[in-house]
Design a binder for this molecule. Structure first.
Ligand SMILES: Nc1ncnc2c1ncn2[C@@H]1O[C@H](COP(=O)(O)OP(=O)(O)OP(=O)(O)O)[C@@H](O)[C@H]1O
Length: 247
C-alpha cells in the first residue's frame, strides 16, 4: 500500500490549467525528489495536496484511504521565505503551531502535544535550541524547525518545498541525510528541489514534472536524455544533460 497516492489531479490557477492528470505515488521508506523547471507546478502540486488550493479533479489517498479533507496525514514544509520569521516566537512555539489543528477546544497544549514537540525537535537535533527566538536562527536551523513543525503532527508523508535552496553544501548534506533517515524510519518523503545533482545522488526515485508527470523512477533508470529534455525544455548538449552523465 502506498503512503501517498495521487491520481488524475488537475489544478487551475487564474483561469489557466496549471496541472493536468498528475499521478504519483510515494511509499513509506522512500525519499522521492520532485523536479522540474520554474513554473512547472511543483509548489502548486504540494499546496493542492495540503488543501491550500482546490483541485478541479483527481484523487488523493493516504495509507490506502481516500482523503476527504486535504492535508490529512500529510506534513507540509513550506519554502523558508514563506514563514514569518520576525514573529516573536521561540523554536518550540513555532513547532507547536504544527499541532494547531489537533489542540483541544481551549487551544491549550496538553502533555501529548508537548511530547510530540519535544520528539520532533529531538528528531531534527534542535532540542538544545528550543527556547531560542526563531528570528535568531540560521537558514539551516530554520529549515530544521519547519521540518520539526511538520513532524509534530506525526504524519505518514512529508511534503517539502525547496528545502535545500539557499543552504551551503555541508548544510544541504546534513539535511538530505536527515530526510533519508526520516524516510528509512518509515515516513514517505516527497521533496521539490532545483538541486539536480543532489537529487540524482540522494533520492530513491525522481518524479519529473512539467504540468504533468513526464517520467518517474529511480535515478539510474532515468539516464535517457529525452524525458529530461521534454521536462526542462533544453536541447542536446545542454549542461543540464551533462549532469546526468556526471552523477
Ligand atoms: N496565484 C496564482 N494565480 C495564477 N497563476 C499562478 C498562481 N500561482 C502560480 N501560478 C502559475 O502556476 C504555474 C506553476 O507555478 P508553481 O509556483 O507551482 O511552479 P513551480 O514548479 O513551483 O516553480 P518554481 O520552481 O519557480 O518554484 C506558473 O505558471 C505560475 O505562474
Amino acid at each position: 500500500m502506498n503512503a501517498l497516492r495521487v491520481s488524475g489531479l488537475a489544478v487551475d490557477l487564474g483561469g489557466r490549467r496549471v496541472l493536468t492528470d498528475v499521478g504519483l505515488t510515494v511509499d513509506r521508506g522512500e525519499l522521492v525528489g520532485l523536479v522540474g523547471p520554474n513554473g512547472a507546478g511543483k509548489t502548486t502540486l504540494l499546496r493542492s495536496l495540503m488543501g491550500l488550493l482546490k483541485p478541479k479533479a483527481g484523487q488523493v489517498e493516504v495509507d490506502g484511504e481516500p482523503v476527504r479533507r486535504a492535508g490529512t496525514g500529510l506534513g507540509y514544509v513550506p519554502q523558508r521565505h514563506e514563514f514569518a520569521w520576525d514573529f516573536p516566537l521561540s523554536v518550540e512555539g513555532v513547532v507547536m503551531t504544527g499541532r494547531t489543528g489537533r489542540l483541544g477546544l481551549l487551544r491549550r497544549p496538553r502533555a501529548a502535544d508537548w511530547r510530540a514537540v519535544v520528539e520532533a525537535l529531538d528528531r531534527v537535533r534542535m532540542a538544545d535550541l528550543r527556547t531560542r527566538p526563531v528570528g535568531e536562527l540560521s537558514g539551516g536551523q530554520r529549515q530544521r524547525v519547519l521540518l520539526a513543525r511538520a513532524l509534530a503532527l506525526q504524519p505518514s508523508a512529508l511534503l517539502l518545498d525547496e528545502p535545500f535552496t539557499g543552504l551551503d553544501m555541508p548544510t544541504q548534506e546534513l539535511l538530505s541525510d536527515l530526510l533519508l533517515s526520516l524516510a528509512r524510519d518509515s515516513h514517505a518523503v516527497l521533496t521539490t528541489t532545483h538541486d539536480l545533482p543532489g537529487a540524482l545522488y540522494t533520492c530513491d526515485r525522481l518524479v519529473l514534472l512539467n504540468r504533468t508527470v513526464v517520467a518517474a523512477g529511480p535515478p539510474d533508470q532515468l539516464r535517457d536524455e529525452k524525458p529530461w529534455m521534454d521536462t526542462f525544455g533544453v536541447s542536446e548538449g545542454s549542461p543540464l544533460l551533462k549532469i546526468l552523465k556526471a552523477v
